[in-house]
Design a protein. Structure first.
Length: 327
């Protein structure tokens, strides 16, 4: 029996794979042949080939990037019709048996890797997520990108108090505090304002030419709705830092406390107070010293620690306190 055009549905799977590289949180991207933009690893779900979504997602990530995933959790199902979830480019998989273009329901996953290992796959790269969201990095203070974005949002609000009030709270303008977890909401507002370059594409409109500095401040666009999926993942991970010890899924078995702090700062996008961060770690009893030093730091040798993973099954374990470094 034929599937009616308005009911044809394809289930797609997208993966946000995060690692720490140097002092940056990086995400694994792919550039399909002929594509002008980067995207996340993605592909269709074939119920005949895989028992679960997660097994299918692990298989296609490995096939696309030659990279095996470790920690994985389901992120969200992106199924809104229209601008919230434009059709992913899945080739023949996005057509039903009569050739009608199907609606794609995308199931997103967040995966964490202990190292940004070389994938050896054509078109796959580890990219700092600040490449796509430059305004999210407050480690060195208020990002310069926000000055340009503030001017653009004022022009968009055009005196509308409700519009400006929302922009002010999300982007910490006019003295409003910064909330690092609201990554998705910030991207959605830029989309609504027509400043995210995906917006014109999804509406079938010609893109408005933006001054190069503003375009750089807004970040690079991605395939389909992949930047929205990435924003969702960054929001989830930043929030989860505070109530689950998830950061240790990004760390090697042995690490220094400085390396751990840099990893937390890279994810949260804020600078932390060193002494207070270490005191919070001590109170939480999440790590223990290994009694040996790391001589590869390039400076004074630092003690190596490990995550006390055995406590996960012994008692409820919270995340990490984020004692901000105030000016």
């Amino acid at each position: 029996m034929s599937i009616a055009p308005d009911s044809a549905v394809v289930i797609g799977l997208s993966a946000v794979v995060v690692a720490i590289q140097g002092d940056d949180a990086v995400v694994l991207t792919v550039r399909p042949p002929g594509a002008g933009l980067e995207g996340l690893p993605f592909g269709p779900f074939d119920p005949k080939g895989h028992r679960t979504f997660e097994l299918a997602m692990r298989a296609f990530v490995s096939a696309q990037t030659r990279f095996s995933l470790g920690y994985v959790e389901q992120l969200y199902t992106f199924g809104d019709k229209g601008r919230d979830a434009p059709l992913a480019d899945m080739g023949d998989h996005a057509d039903d048996e009569d050739g009608h273009h199907a609606r794609v329901i995308s199931v997103g996953y967040l995966a964490l890797a202990t190292a940004a290992v070389e994938t050896h796959a054509p078109g796959s790269e580890w990219r700092p997520w600040t490449r796509f969201f430059p305004y999210e990095d407050w480690r060195d203070g208020r990002p310069e990108a926000l000055t340009l974005i503030e001017d653009a949002l004022r022009r968009w609000a055009d005196g509308d108090a409700q519009r400006w009030g929302h922009a002010r709270l999300l982007f910490a303008l006019d003295g409003a505090p910064w909330n690092e977890e609201r990554v998705l909401e910030r991207y959605e507002l830029l989309y609504e304002a027509g400043l995210a370059r995906e917006a014109a594409r999804d509406r079938g409109e010609a893109a408005t030419a933006l001054p190069a500095p503003l375009a750089a401040a807004l970040g690079e666009p991605m395939l389909s709705d992949h930047r929205r999926i990435l924003a969702t993942a960054v929001s989830r991970l930043r929030g989860k830092l505070k109530y689950r010890p998830v950061v240790f899924e990004l760390m090697p078995e042995a690490f220094t406390l400085s390396a751990l702090q840099r990893a937390v700062e890279a994810i949260a996008g804020v600078a932390l107070h060193k002494q207070n961060f270490r005191r919070a770690l001590e109170r939480a009893e999440l790590v223990e010293g290994l009694g040996r030093m790391d001589a590869e730091t390039g400076g004074r040798p630092a003690e190596l620690y490990r995550f006390r993973r055995e406590i996960l099954g012994a008692r409820p374990v919270s995340g990490l306190s984020l004692p901000l470094l105030r000016d």
